[in-house]
Design a protein around this ligand. Structure first.
Ligand SMILES: Nc1ncnc2c1ncn2[C@@H]1O[C@H](COP(=O)(O)OP(=O)(O)O)[C@@H](O)[C@H]1O
Ligand SMILES: [Mg+2]
Length: 244
C-alpha cells in the first residue's frame, strides 16, 4: 500500500501540505479532487520522491520515499504520468516506452520492444509505434505516456491531471484507457478535474483544501454529501467544476 502520515510540505513561508494522512490499498482507485493550488500535484510529487518532505512519512509497500536507500525500490513500485507531455522528442513512441525497461529493469531490448508494441496496441496506437511525439496528437502522446509508465510494471499508477491539456475528444480517448485499467484492477491515484469520470471509476474520493485532506470517503458517500464540515466547500468546488 501507499501510506502517507502527517505529511508536511512548505515552499518558503507557504504551507502547501499540512498534515496529510492517506492510505491507498492495492486494487483501489483513489481520486484526489480540489481547487487549483490545493496541493494535489505537490502530494503526487512527494509520493514519487520528487519533493523532500518537511515532516511526516510516505511509504510505498513499506519503502520510505525520504530514505535514499529505499527510494529506488519505492520508485520501482509506482509510476507517474504528468499533465504535460514529457516524452523525449527525439525518440519514437516505442523508444520512449522501452527506454526505462531496458536501462532500469535491464530487460533485453527485443523483449522490451515486443512488450512495448503490445502495450501501444492495447491503447490503440499499434500503427503509430514508430512515430515521433511531434507526429502524434496530444491524446496520442498521453496514451504513449501511460504506456511508458505501464512498461515499468508498476504496482501503483499516479496520474496528475493527465487530460487537462487535451480537448474533449482526446480527453475521452485517454479516459477510456484509464477505465480499461481500472476494470483490470490497476491501483491508481488519480488527480483530476474530470469529476463525473472520477465518480465512475473511483473506489474513494479524497478532497484537498488549502493543503489539508478534509474528506476521504467511498465515492457514493462523497457524492451523497457525507462530507460533514467540508460540505459547503465541496459543493462550491463541484458547482464551479460543472460550470466549466
Ligand atoms: N516548486 C514550488 N515552489 C514554490 N511554490 C510552489 C512550488 N510548487 C507548488 N507551489 C505552490 O504550492 C501550492 C500548491 O501547488 P500544487 O501542488 O501545484 O497545487 P494543485 O496541483 O492542487 O493545483 C500552490 O500555491 C503553488 O503555487
Ligand atoms: Mg496540479
Amino acid at each position: 500500500m501507499i501510506r502517507a502520515r502527517g505529511v508536511q510540505k512548505s515552499f518558503g513561508s507557504a504551507v502547501v501540505l499540512d498534515g496529510i494522512d492517506l492510505d491507498v490499498n492495492v486494487g483501489e482507485v483513489v481520486s484526489i479532487l480540489g481547487s487549483s493550488g490545493s496541493g494535489k500535484s505537490t502530494l503526487i510529487r512527494c509520493m514519487n520522491g520528487l519533493e523532500r518532505l518537511d515532516g511526516g512519512l510516505i511509504t510505498i509497500d513499506d519503502f520510505d520515499v525520504s530514505n535514499p536507500k529505499d527510494l529506488a525500490e519505492a520508485r520501482k513500485r509506482s509510476a507517474t504520468v504528468f499533465q504535460l507531455f514529457n516524452l523525449y522528442p527525439h525518440m519514437t513512441a516505442v523508444e520512449n516506452v522501452t527506454l526505462a525497461p531496458i536501462q532500469v529493469l535491464r530487460i533485453p531490448r527485443a523483449q522490451a520492444e515486443s512488450e512495448a508494441r503490445a502495450l501501444l496496441d492495447s491503447v490503440g496506437l499499434g500503427a503509430r509505434a514508430d512515430a515521433y511525439p511531434a507526429q502524434l496528437s496530444g491524446g496520442q502522446r498521453q496514451r504513449v505516456g501511460i504506456c511508458r509508465a505501464l512498461a515499468m510494471k508498476p504496482r501503483y499508477l499516479l496520474l496528475d491531471e493527465i487530460t487537462s491539456a487535451l480537448d474533449p475528444e482526446m480527453t475521452a480517448e485517454v479516459l477510456n484507457i484509464l477505465a480499461q485499467l481500472a476494470r483490470t484492477g490497476t491501483t491508481m491515484v488519480f488527480v483530476t478535474h474530470e469529476i463525473e469520470f472520477a465518480r465512475t471509476i473511483s473506489s474513494r474520493i479524497v478532497f484537498l483544501d488549502k493543503g489539508r485532506l478534509v474528506v476521504d470517503l467511498p465515492t457514493d458517500r462523497f457524492f451523497a454529501g457525507d462530507g460533514g464540515m467540508a460540505n459547503a466547500r465541496i459543493a462550491q468546488f463541484l458547482s464551479k467544476m460543472r460550470k466549466e
